[in-house]
Design a protein around this ligand. Structure first.
Ligand code: T3D
Length: 258
């Protein structure tokens, strides 16, 4: 795939944006490759968790701004609908957890992709930057929905309107990132976290991810019902029986995904 590496180690897929000379800026081929990678991960039952990171000193600088000067470039609204929105949907609807290993600056749609991960670890020098306003655009790729829910409306408005970077340390204080780690240890730690998630009960994790997602736009009553329904489904799995057996037998459960 162009400018994208997908490495599979046991049950964890690591997806690396690989255009370091442009800070992993997103071109049409890269966006298409990313979407294809998330779809392939979704279709492969052997993969149970994903790490998303960037090569070089950046996570992703968002849309490749030079590509926008090319003659056949799609109108902005079309590009958002055709390529960005499907990519963010694929991440949010993936029934496996995504750990973002934010190795450097995450700007524009790169920040949106970081927000679309389920859990984020950040390198000490990483930052989050809603750079859209600097080029006369509005935040997209889910940023205006995801960021207020992650950090609160006031901070999201500040970041979106001022376009100033949020440091990894501040992001950790606000809970946007779980942990700040030395750059050289970041991908290893993210893969360990993904492996830990991959040892969980896949259907329960998938339903948990979906319940959290639905909860953001549901009433309390609707959410109570969603929990009841999802619990019923989780309770019917072999993994639930295995979890109880392992508890009683005082051993580590081995979840098969069934
Ligand atoms: O289709 C659509 O357009 C709609 C979708 C929009 C979604 C969006 O993402 S809009 C927002 C686009 N992104 C930006 O506006 C961010 C642009 N980049 C920056 O502001 C800065 O590069 C950073 C703050 C991210 C990092 O700054 P710094 O000083 O660490 O690095 P740099 O020197 O600016 O960049 C290093 C190289 O990467 C440089 O190339 P060069 O001069 O060494 O050959 C620079 O041009 C290149 N680069 C960085 N960002 C982009 C880029 N090239 C193309 N597109 C980029 N977005």
């Amino acid at each position: 795939m162009p400018d994208l590496r997908v490495e599979i180690d046991d049950d964890v897929a690591t997806i690396t944006l690989d255009r370091p000379d442009t800070l992993n800026a997103l071109t049409v081929p890269l966006k298409e490759a990313l979407l294809a990678a998330f779809r392939a991960v979704a279709a492969d039952p052997a993969i149970r968790a994903v790490v998303l990171t960037g090569a070089g000193r950046a996570f992703c600088a968002g849309q490749d701004l030079r590509e926008r000067l090319e003659p056949d470039v799609a109108p902005l609204a079309d590009e958002i609908r055709l390529r960005y929105n499907p990519l963010i949907r694929a991440m949010r609807s993936l029934d496996k957890p995504i750990v973002g290993a934010i190795n450097g600056v995450a700007a524009g749609a790169g920040a949106s992709m970081a927000f679309a991960c389920d859990i984020r670890l950040a390198a000490a020098g990483a930052s989050f930057l809603l750079a859209f306003g600097r080029v006369g655009l509005v935040p997209d790729s889910g940023a205006t929905w995801l960021l207020p829910r992650l950090v609160g409306g006031a901070k999201a408005a500040e970041m979106a309107l001022l376009g100033e970077p949020l440091s990894a340390a501040d992001a950790e204080r606000m809970g946007l990132v779980t942990r700040v780690v030395p750059a050289e240890a970041l991908v290893d730690e993210a893969q360990q976290l993904a492996s830990q998630l991959a040892r969980g009960a896949p259907q329960a994790l998938a339903l948990t991810k979906r319940a959290l997602e639905q909860g953001w736009s549901a009433t309390f009553e609707e959410q109570l019902e969603t929990e009841a329904e999802f619990q019923g489904r989780a309770g019917d799995t072999a993994d639930h029986a295995e979890g109880i057996a392992a508890f009683v037998e005082r051993r580590t459960p081995r979840f098969s995904g069934s």
